[in-house]
Design a protein around this ligand. Structure first.
Ligand code: NAI
Ligand code: MG
Length: 364
């Protein structure tokens, strides 16, 4: 299997190096047939080759079995022409790969209960996953733009639009996933005030009634969902929602772990004619310019994204379980990067944290 690695900007290369090192461990020690190749894009490619998306990178991305992505976003990009920035953008990759289902698992790691801003007994046992629709909705809808009306008034315009087909495939993905978990789906919308939200609710209910009556479905308004995520996160299993609400609510749920650096994600397409899904794995965090270059970033979001790659692309669930268990073991043994350390606790580097995970893999 061919994995194209796109380290990107800021801490992207630092955390991605560690995720690749972990995948290499599975290649050497468990014989998984993964081949990792690094490619340039974005600001780094602009500096090296004068384009944010060299043809060779684009061809490799389109041909890959999966992408392992670090982070994008660099102050340097201000000098890059807008057209070039779009060409090398993450949004363009997601759209071209049609990776509409964005999985964002959130679990409460018992070892980090004291780091969380929530009460330990509120979050204990939390194990939920967002299915965020990723390639439609208000981030993509047209018309859009900043326009000037004849009377001189300027207005910023975005269009929040969903087709039935876009909603139905997100719903199907969520119900199918729920069957492998606790069989419960919460569909989140603003059906009370948004037209696309009303259609969202109608289509999710229809897909449920037709093909997934064995799964429990509840509908929830997005504002209430934000409240319930902080009050009682353990009540959720699979949460399916649109691009905008999924963006906001998954960050909200992300606070459960106390650090953005802990959160992985996968963006998946439906299986193509060859039976394979397109897949882009990345930690949820950005390029973190405030800590870049210091070797102190938490690599666990990237490493747990590699676990999702083992599960969904390599189809190696036992190895994915082993990696997630190794992260839990390392945390339980006290491994901490600065973002998840309490005052006075000793702190590991980015590399040191990955070493702790590898040690836990070797001595489970
Ligand atoms: P950010 O996620 O880069 O950083 C937010 C805060 O979390 C910072 O204080 C940072 O130090 C901390 N943080 C993030 N990841 C961490 C890790 N692994 N370990 C320890 N601490 C960590 O978000 P911010 O600052 O809003 O954006 C910075 C740049 O990243 C921007 O250019 C933004 O556009 C871009 N970005 C890119 C994303 C992506 O590549 N998918 C997602 C979010 C932002
Ligand atoms: Mg976000």
């Amino acid at each position: 299997m061919n994995i194209v690695v796109l380290p990107g900007d800021g801490i992207g290369p630092e955390v991605t190096d560690e995720a690749v090192r972990i995948l290499d461990w599975f290649v050497t020690k468990r014989g998984l047939p993964l081949r990792m190749e690094r490619r340039l894009f974005g600001a780094a490619a602009w500096a090296a080759e004068g384009t944010t998306m060299p043809d060779a990178s684009w061809d490799a991305i389109m041909a890959a079995d999966a992408l392992l992505f670090g982070a994008t976003g660099s102050l340097d990009q201000k000098h890059i022409p807008a057209e070039e920035r779009r060409k090398g953008s993450l949004l363009r990759m997601r759209k071209a790969l049609d990776v509409f289902a964005n999985l964002r698992p959130v679990r409460a790691w018992p070892a980090l209960a004291e780091v969380s801003p929530y009460k330990p007994r509120t979050i204990a046992g939390t194990d939920l996953v967002f299915v965020r629709e990723l390639t439609a909705g208000v981030y993509f809808g047209t018309p859009r733009g900043i326009q000037t009306l004849p009377d001189g008034t300027r207005w910023g315009l975005n269009t929040h639009a969903y087709t039935e087909a876009e909603i139905a495939r997100a719903a199907r993905f969520a119900f199918t996933l729920a069957r492998t978990r606790r069989n419960h789906v919460t569909s989140v919308d603003k059906a009370n005030v948004m037209e696309a939200g009303a259609l969202w609710r109608e289509v999710v209910a229809a897909v449920h009634a037709r093909d997934f009556p064995d799964v429990t479905l509840e509908h929830m308004l997005a504002d209430n969902c934000a409240l319930q995520l902080s009050r009682a996160p353990t009540r959720f299993d699979v949460i399916v929602t649109d691009n905008l609400f999924g963006d906001l609510l998954s960050d909200c749920a992300g606070a459960i772990n106390g650090s953005l650096g802990m959160l992985p994600s996968a963006a998946l397409s439906d299986p193509g004619p060859d039976g394979k899904r397109r897949a882009l794995y990345e930690p949820i965090h950005g390029s973190a310019p405030d800590i870049a270059g210091k070797g102190i970033a938490n690599p666990l979001g990237a490493i747990l994204s590699a676990a999702l790659l083992l599960r969904w692309t390599a189809r190696a669930p036992a190895e994915a379980d082993a990696l997630e268990a190794a992260v839990a073991t390392a945390l339980a043994a006290g491994a901490r990067t600065a973002d998840i350390a309490l005052p006075g606790e000793s702190v590991l580097s980015t590399r040191g944290m990955a070493d702790a995970v590898i040690a836990a893999l070797e001595h489970p």
